[in-house]
Design a protein around this ligand. Structure first.
Ligand code: ADP
Ligand code: MG
Length: 703
């Protein structure tokens, strides 16, 4: 009986007992020894070494230094009173500062004496300091290299006040490891992988992550445990993909016929880019394979995803099937409808449109023509997913702007056909970092358009603060005089909608003074307007009647006005990176040099500054997506919440791309050679997977 030991209730661990066990359960969900073991430290107090004061940097984190206390003075009055000391070693000096407990600390310290100091480095007034450091006179116990690499665990105030503090937790972990041995664990990775990657055994990694003896030990333990997380995640995703490929037959599209060829030869208004051609080939291969396609198409704003989508739809038509294209908003769906109708002009293909705004007789007609097969291509919003919508034979479903469709919504598409599900092509509005794509869409195939159509001029992005407003206005005048149009975009975030609206209206009025009628005309569009008014204003901008469009982010996706060459974004600091990139993508669509002006206040938070810098430095959506992930973490990126990747304990998709790539490669090689995990060396994996099968239900079907 090996396994049950870890399932022992926490109260039976030495030093716990029923009362403390209750607290651990309530506050940290620690019920068993296993729970205790698998909650890892989130940082460590490294007292194994002393830093030279000269080497300290703003981002050094928590450090230990040793030196002589040179000065100790108080300053300020009342609540601003503070105690300051200077600690000097043979390389330099650093300030120590206390804001409370001053009296007691001042009395206990002696100027001229040598101390060991531990604390977090802060940056204040261009100087480094340590606030409220741990400080102890030098003694044998704090200078000898004792095992003082101490783990710190997530805790709660309640636990701390009840004495279940950091020290207590460390004692528990030590008590636990005294009882544990390698016999309580089953290795979950095959020996050959452990050897190849030079990992510690599972049990050793656990001990080393809790009680590391050195930085190196900690790193290798963490790498091993991160690899485990990512490896099993990828293995499951790839298994799902395999299973789907085996179990779900796809509609075979053997033919490339007149629709596709006719369009290609006579209608296609430009040469496809190399990337577009490659992606079409990848999709063509899927559609001909007899397996259902589940493919994600990634491409930067303006990279030409629509035409690729359209040509795939023509493949469906060539084989006697219908196709649909679904967009998340009415405006975007309409734009697709217009541009696809234009592309197909003169071809004998009936294109339909369906959204919530199509009602009554019109709706009835669309539904009839769709069911009879007269409509070959239908474009619309999620209204297409609703129950009464019946296809004659849906062969291909494309969803544009992926992020806004929920998992459940997409699942409905599957059910539109009685026998075989349609092929699915998902097109993203914004590129997703590679690591996220591998995990979020790990069971889909991925195609990437990594090339923009030729002749595009790089958009110039410039950051301007409030005090430059007059220059910005002047620049807008110049551009308008050249015949161009300008967007001015204001943030609109739900919870402060009223204020934002006021902001927008004031901006509009200020602009009206700078750009008076009759020399200038300004459109205004925001989410609170009636659709008809919105369309009217939009139309005036599209046909060039107005030179300036003042808007909220409703124009974020889709809108295509090639003559607009200037995008002014107000309160830039309030936008997310991918949103900014989307907005910028509204210009640079014509032949003219385009500009994006990011307006912000003078004072900016560090993160806002980095976001703006990223925008100024690069036009590449993939680089921007990576930066976004680094700055905000996966939890804040749309689409991740439902995916299960947030359950990762250790691995960080922004930082652990290399481990992820290795994990995916190894997982994929294993499944290629041994799809059912039957080889003896893979038994450890199979066993582990079946034991943990429950956890994955939540995200087992992504499309
Ligand atoms: P997105 O990938 O952002 O959806 P679109 O499909 O809207 O991009 O394409 C952006 C613009 O580029 C459209 O006006 C389209 O006609 C044009 N375009 C697409 N492919 C090419 C190409 N190969 N050569 C020239 N222009 C192209
Ligand atoms: Mg698009």
């Amino acid at each position: 009986m090996q396994r049950p030991f870890l399932e022992t209730a926490i109260e039976y661990l030495k030093g716990v007992g029923p009362t403390r066990a209750d607290l651990l359960k309530k506050e940290l969900s620690i019920f068993t020894l296993r729970d205790l073991l698998y909650q890892y430290p989130y940082r460590y107090i490294d007292k194994t070494q002393f830093h030279k004061i000269r080497d300290l940097r703003e981002d050094s984190g928590a450090v230990q230094v040793r030196g002589i206390l040179r000065r100790l003075t108080t300053a300020g009055e009342g609540r601003k009173r503070r105690l300051m000391g200077t600690l000097r070693d043979d390389s330099g000096a650093i300030e120590l500062v206390w804001f409370s407990g001053i009296h007691w600390i001042e009395k206990s310290l002696v100027v001229g004496k040598e101390y060991v100091v531990y604390g977090r480095i802060n940056h204040f007034n261009h100087k480094l300091n340590i606030a409220h450091p741990e400080i102890e006179a030098v003694s044998l116990s704090n200078t000898k290299q004792a095992a003082t690499f101490a783990p710190v665990y997530p805790s709660t105030e309640k636990l701390n006040t009840k004495g279940l503090d950091a020290k207590f937790r460390r004692r528990l972990i030590k008590a636990l490891f005294e009882k544990l041995s390698i016999t309580h664990f089953e290795e979950n990775l095959p020996d050959y992988i452990v050897q190849k990657l030079k990992f510690p055994a599972h049990f050793d990694a656990l001990r080393q992550i809790h009680l590391p003896k050195s930085q190196q030990e900690l790193i290798s333990a963490r790498n091993r445990l991160k690899f485990e997380e990512l490896f099993f995640l990828q293995l499951r995703l790839l298994q799902l993909k395999l299973k789907r490929q085996r179990a779900i037959k796809g509609l075979p599209f053997p033919t490339i016929g007149d629709y596709f060829n006719g369009f290609f030869k006579e209608k296609l208004p430009f040469e496809l880019t190399g990337a577009q051609k490659r992606v079409l080939k990848e999709i063509r291969r899927d559609l001909g394979s007899g397996i259902q396609m589940n493919r994600l198409l990634q491409g930067d704003v303006g990279s030409g995803k629509t035409i690729v989508g359209l040509m795939c739809m023509l493949m469906a038509l060539d084989n006697g099937y219908q196709a649909c294209l679904m967009a998340p908003t009415e405006i975007l769906a309409q734009q697709h409808y217009i541009s696809i109708s234009e592309y197909l002009e003169g071809m004998d293909i009936k294109v339909g449109f369906l959204s919530g705004s199509v009602k009554g007789k019109k709706r009835k007609l669309v539904l009839e023509e769709l069911a009879s097969g007269e409509i070959k291509i239908i474009i619309g919003t999620h209204a297409l997913l609703e129950e009464p919508v019946q296809f004659q034979q849906l062969g291909l479903a494309i969803t544009d702007e992926q992020h806004r469709f929920g998992v459940a919504q997409r699942a409905k598409l599957w059910k539109k056909n009685a026998k075989y599900p349609p092929h699915i092509l998902v097109m993203t509005a914004t590129p997703i970092p590679r690591t996220l794509a591998m995990t979020l869409y790990g069971d889909l195939d991925v195609s990437v358009i990594d090339e923009l159509p030729p002749g595009r001029k790089e958009i110039q992005t410039i950051h301007r603060t409030e005090n430059h407003r007059m220059r910005v206005i002047g620049f807008m005048r110049e551009q308008i005089a050249l015949g161009r149009q300008v967007y001015v975009v204001y943030p609109l975030i739900e919870e402060s909608a009223k204020l934002d609206l006021q902001n927008l209206e004031e901006g509009y009025e200020a602009l009206s003074r700078e750009f008076p009628i009759p020399d200038y005309q300004i459109s205004i569009v925001h989410g609170r307007m009636k659709p008809a008014d919105k369309d009217f204003e939009m139309q005036r901008f599209v046909n060039g009647t107005t030179q300036i469009m003042v808007a909220t982010t409703v124009i974020e996706v889709g809108v295509n006005v090639p003559n607009a060459s200037v995008m002014v974004i107000e309160n830039t600091e309030r936008f997310g990176l991918s949103q900014l990139h989307q907005l910028r993508g509204r210009v640079g669509r014509g032949a003219e040099q385009s500009y994006c002006l990011l307006m912000s206040s003078f004072k900016l938070s560090n993160e806002s500054r980095q976001r703006i810098q990223t925008m100024v430095q690069t036009n590449n959506g993939f680089e921007i997506a990576e930066a976004d992930l680094r700055l905000r973490g996966p939890g804040n990126i749309e689409g991740t919440q439902q995916s299960g990747i947030l359950n990762l304990r250790l691995a960080d998709l922004a930082k652990d791309g290399k481990i992820l790539k290795t994990a995916r490669e190894i997982a994929s090689r294993i499944l290629e050679d041994d799809p059912n995990l039957q080889r003896p060396e893979h038994q450890v994996i199979a066993k582990y997977l079946s034991k943990h099968a429950k956890q994955v239900k939540a995200w087992s079907r992504i499309s």
